[in-house]
Design a protein around this ligand. Structure first.
Ligand code: FAD
Length: 315
């Protein structure tokens, strides 16, 4: 059995949870999705995306210590071979601590899995994605932090959830931290990880005001704006938009890279995109090595043309 944590936002499952169900199904005979807190929609989603069972836990809100306690209790009760947690902020926060509490091996940033000699082999990129490590966990249970977008979701079926409600009360002494206040930052509105279309700008955009072109193109395509670290450091756009090794890891259906050279630290965060379009004035830019379509030209000429053509096509 593999336990798959289904993280939710406003009651709905985040994509990474549903992707992990599909990944886990290829490795084990039983996949139990875990939904913490009231989220009926997420329970239905977990079942329709292939979970054999959905375990619900009566705990509201997020707290690192509470999540460690809850998942430790579930591991002790169900003895799964692995716990899959998405590589979100919360996932990266609690999963390594859970592994420490369980005395379990922890693999992070997993982008591939396979079963060999009865053991799960986890593939994890290192050195900014230039090397792929294959790892096997020797402890009875593994805690695996899975990269968002690394696996595809199954096609949803009209399946009713087989729900097991677990009542777990977290003792007060377990909680070493307390959330005093939750401040909704503007960054939360940039949902890069879930976006299907991302229009990203690099240093080649030239100035903050030129990012308006990216906003317009992204709006037309129903997408969001991303960026490399260079324009963020120049103060053209906020850090919440950063994609790459020290930013967000994304896997949209369409990624349009505008004025981006293709440095490893950026590429490692967007290489999982289904279709990559790159616009760069330097025909030797490394971004063209990974692009499905490469346009050699000035972004300030090419993007307005794209906007015009898309508007015409939509009219
Ligand atoms: C530890 C570490 C972590 C890092 N983490 C990240 C990260 O998470 N994300 C990230 O992005 N970077 C990261 N970086 C930085 C990374 O190494 C690169 O410096 C950065 O990605 C480069 O951004 P860029 O492609 O926008 O700029 P550049 O490399 O300067 O490329 C600009 C490109 O724009 C093209 N260009 C210029 N003008 C035009 C024009 N008018 N029209 C069309 N094309 C034009 C140029 O030909 C060039 O190819 C990290 C670096 C380190 C050391």
């Amino acid at each position: 059995m593999i336990l798959v944590y289904i993280e939710t936002a406003e009651g709905k499952a985040k994509n990474v949870g549903l992707e992990m169900i599909n990944a886990a199904k290829a490795l084990t005979d039983k996949v139990a999705a875990v939904v913490v807190g009231a989220a009926d929609e997420a329970v239905k989603q977990a079942a329709s995306y292939g979970a054999d069972e959905v375990i619900t836990v009566n705990y509201e809100g997020y707290n690192t210590d509470a999540y460690c306690y809850i998942f430790k209790a579930l591991v002790e009760k169900y003895s799964p071979e692995a716990v899959f947690v998405g590589g979100t902020l919360d996932g990266k926060d609690f999963a390594p601590r859970l592994a420490a509490k369980l005395g379990a091996g922890c693999v992070t940033d997993v982008v591939g899995t396979k079963k060999e000699d009865g053991k799960v082999v986890y593939t994890c990129p290192v050195y900014g994605g230039t090397v792929l490590n294959d790892m096997v966990v020797e402890s009875p249970v593994a805690v695996a932090i899975i990269r968002s977008g690394a696996f595809k979701k199954a096609d949803p079926l009209d399946a009713a959830a087989n729900v097991v409600a677990e009542e777990i009360s977290v003792p007060a002494e377990e909680l070493k931290t307390k959330i005093a206040e939750t401040v909704k930052e503007i960054s939360e509105t940039v949902n890069l990880e879930e976006a299907e279309v991302i229009v990203s700008g690099g240093r080649g955009m030239g100035a903050a005001e030129n990012f308006a072109l990216l906003n317009e193109l992204a709006d037309l395509l129903g997408g969001v704006v991303g960026a490399t670290r260079a324009p963020i450091e120049s103060g053209w756009i906020s850090r919440a938009h950063q994609i790459g090794q020290s930013g967000k890891i994304v896997a949209p259906k369409l990624y349009i890279a505008c004025g981006i050279s293709g440095a490893t630290q950026h590429v490692s965060g967007m290489i999982g995109s289904d279709y990559i379009v790159a616009i760069n004035k330097d025909e030797d830019a490394p971004i063209f090595d990974i692009a499905n379509v490469g346009i050699v030209g000035n972004v300030l000429d090419v993007i307005p043309l794209m906007i015009e053509e898309i508007k015409k096509a939509k009219a």
